[in-house]
Design a protein around this ligand. Structure first.
Ligand SMILES: [Zn+2]
Length: 305
């Protein structure tokens, strides 16, 4: 059930491979937030062009919450289609300009995205009128250190990206690999807990109103992560593997150990926290994902559930 949002705020709820698109429109001012994953560009363009989207108007601006491939994978295509400026969080801009494939979790995590130009940066604590509403950009580091969330005080709407979902938030790397990430995620949740929020529009999943329980779940996940780096490492490896399976649609089971041994993020996580042979690491991740109902074996193949 989608909560009531002002008519100037439209949400295209996508999936776990492509982040949601949010369209903020008021007359000729039409701003889109986040662009989905590269594989889904045709659908993203069709949704944005639809009556619920720009509806024949030019797109004024594309803004990102952060620059992971599932949020900015359609940026280049949207730029080609509408020629609008692309605005990214100030802290993420250098990563895009240098095309830092490790921090952006691209080659490092077996993900792909088309490079795009950064035309503008959005600074933390700046205020913008997008689609006739005022949006305050707030720093939301953790999952991505340069991430921003966008808050509209009038309607108490939070566009949260991957900083807060109804059930959890985007992966964080364990402290030995990214010392600032988990403490930042906690600080971000504490900042969000201070906001007066009626509706959250998350990067993934339906918009939701039950903010307090969502924050409670996010805090307790954070507390569990703080107890165990290996737990964070397992969570990150599993979430990234599910993303890859959604991207590829299936992977031969026999190839999973080789894949985990080849793609640097899994190599690093395994070497640091598990020290398993590739086959054992694959068995651990696949077994846990199967028991959680996130993947299934189908003959020779592993598929997302
Ligand atoms: Zn993300």
């Amino acid at each position: 059930m989608t909560p009531l949002l002002p008519p100037s705020v439209r949400v295209f709820v996508r999936d776990w491979l492509s982040a949601n698109q949010i369209v903020l429109k008021d007359g000729d001012d039409v701003v889109a937030i986040d662009s989905g994953y590269g594989k889904h560009v045709p659908l993203t363009l069709a949704l944005l062009a639809s009556r619920q989207g720009v509806d024949g108007k030019p797109l004024t601006r594309l803004v990102n919450t952060h620059c992971h491939a599932d949020h900015m994978g359609g940026n280049a295509a949207i730029k080609r289609a509408w020629g609008c400026p692309i605005a990214v969080p100030e802290g993420e801009a250098p990563l895009i300009e240098q095309w830092d494939t490790m921090t952006l979790l691209l080659d490092y995590a077996g993900q792909t995205a088309e490079c795009f130009p950064v035309d503008e940066v959005v600074r933390a604590n700046s205020t913008h009128v997008w689609g006739g509403l005022e949006w305050r950009a707030l720093a939301a580091p953790g999952h991505a250190m340069g991430a921003l969330v966008y808050y509209n005080p009038e309607h108490r709407i939070l566009i949260s990206g991957d900083a807060l979902w109804e059930n959890g938030y985007g992966i964080v790397m364990p402290p030995e690999m990214a010392p600032a990430a988990l403490p930042a995620a906690r600080t971000t949740l504490e900042m969000l807990a201070q906001l007066d929020i009626d509706v959250v529009i998350p990067g993934h999943g339906e918009p939701f109103r039950d903010v307090a329980p969502a924050l409670e779940r996010a805090f307790s996940r954070t507390a569990a992560f703080e107890q165990s780096s290996a737990r964070i490492a397992r969570h990150a490896a599993k979430a990234l593997l599910v993303f890859t399976l959604l991207d590829r649609e299936r992977m031969p089971l026999a190839e999973v150990p080789g894949y985990l041994d080849r793609v640097p993020v899994y190599r690093d996580l395994n070497a640091r926290y598990f020290e398993l042979a590739p086959a054992g690491f694959a068995e651990m991740l696949v077994g846990e994902l199967e028991r959680a109902g996130a993947v299934r074996r189908n003959g020779e193949f592993l598929k997302p559930a």
